[in-house]
Design a protein around this ligand. Structure first.
Ligand code: NAD
Ligand code: TYD
Length: 350
């Protein structure tokens, strides 16, 4: 019997990780700690919320006292830390929110784990989930490896890089048992529709413009979210303490090519004449400081721990479109309220 704290479990990736652990390990107790920001939604976990090995705690990780109290309430064997402010465009509007949650919040968790585990680190693990964006921006060639120097270029990636450094510093200074992973762009069900793929699915569905930043010639490496959750499971159980593992899909797409593929899938699913959705493409002012290309080399994770992605992108994208079209109520709920204010501010010229 293990007790594991998963932070940010009501968000996109976190909800997939919580679901995987609760279902796969009935003898683990999974405690989901989440502030429930605009991006956190307990409906993402409605299928597992009544299972006996699942518990939710509404906590802001910026509140050190509240974080400490949770470590006193439970005897955690491990932490899988996903809670974060995660959207680059929001970080450009409000960098301080990102420093508070991503940096201060992470240090609060590290302090609480260090204090709770100080008498014996044996069998304990602090797993920090991070992003490939800490490595900066690639030219046309090359891939990010675990030894690529950090070069964060947005307030979001700077805050994640800072949190990664603190996690490593706690291992070096206090010998806290830690492991890290840096993953490429995720897609799949329950992703908040401010990120490229769900935003464009929702806009196509509602006949709204598709705001493509710049010329759309930016490149990202896309990974199906359930493959990321599976990688986190493997790294949590088999990863070497102190190591970093890169996670990626070996699946690079220029934004405009991805958007055209998405448009053609949507035309088919909505039974509209081919070419209808593409007409919604609207080139808008670029994101300031937009990173040109991200691409991950996930060889280490494959060779050392045997993980590899399971889904082809076309198949994963079609599955994702089906999910959003079948879950209209979820989509309508999360796109009301605060989100509308953000949308109007971000896309006022679209
Ligand atoms: P998300 O924005 O969908 O979810 C974040 C969750 O954290 C939400 O449930 C939110 O309520 C919670 N949260 C935010 N601030 C909090 C606070 N102060 N206290 C407690 N909870 C708080 O994010 P996501 O896309 O699921 O990303 C999860 C993690 O994975 C993040 O650390 C992110 O940096 C990392 N990551 C994301 C991607 C991606 O493509 N989405 C890729 C690589 C790494
Ligand atoms: P996003 O989903 O925000 O992820 P990230 O910036 O963390 O990689 O964006 C993915 C790519 O899509 C990125 O190059 C920015 C671009 N993009 C647009 O062109 N228009 C949009 O409205 C959004 C949200 C993103």
């Amino acid at each position: 019997m293990k007790t594991i704290l998963i932070t940010g479990g009501a968000g996109f990736i976190g909800s997939h990780v919580v679901r995987l652990f609760v279902r796969k390990y009935p003898d683990y107790k999974i405690v989901n700690l989440d502030k429930l920001t605009y991006a956190g939604n307990l409906e993402n976990l409605s299928d597992i919320e009544d299972l006996p090995n699942y518990q939710f705690e509404k906590i802001d990780i910026v509140d050190a006292e509240a974080v400490n109290s949770i470590f006193k309430k439970y005897n955690f064997d491990g932490v899988i830390h996903l809670a974060a402010e995660s959207h680059v465009d929001r970080s450009i509007h409000n960098p301080l929110d990102f420093i508070m949650t991503n940096v201060v919040g992470t240090v609060n968790l590290l302090n609480a784990a260090k204090e709770a585990w100080k008498s014996n680190y044996e069998g304990k693990l602090f797993y920090h989930v991070s992003t490939d964006e800490v490595y900066g921006s690639l030219g046309v060639e090359g891939l990010f490896t675990e030894t690529t120097p950090y070069d964060p270029r947005s307030p979001y990636s700077a805050s994640k890089a800072s949190s990664d450094h603190f996690v490593r510093a706690y291992e070096n200074t206090y010998k806290l048992p830690i492991v890290l992973s840096n993953c490429s762009n995720n897609y799949g069900s329950f992703q908040f529709p401010e990120k490229l793929i769900p935003l464009f699915i929702n806009n196509i569905k509602n006949d709204k413009a598709l705001p493509v930043y710049g010329k759309g010639d930016y490149t990202r490496d896309w990974l199906f979210v359930e493959d990321h959750a599976a990688a986190i499971d493997v790294i949590y159980h088999k990863g070497k303490i102190g190591e970093t593992y890169n996670i990626g899909g070996f699946n690079e797409w220029q934004n405009i090519d991805l958007i055209k593929l998405l448009c053609s899938i949507m035309d088919k699913k909505l039974d509209r004449p081919s070419g209808t959705s593409e007409k919604l493409i609207s080139y808008v002012t670029d994101r300031p400081g937009h990173d040109k290309r991200y691409a991950i080399d996930a060889t280490k994770l494959n060779k050392e721990l045997g993980w590899k992605p399971t889904l082809q992108f076309e198949e994963g994208l079609e599955k994702t479109v089906d999910w959003y079209l079948q879950n209209e109520r979820w989509l309508d709920q999360v796109t009301s309220g605060e989100y509308l204010n953000y949308y109007n501010k971000q896309y006022k010229h679209a």
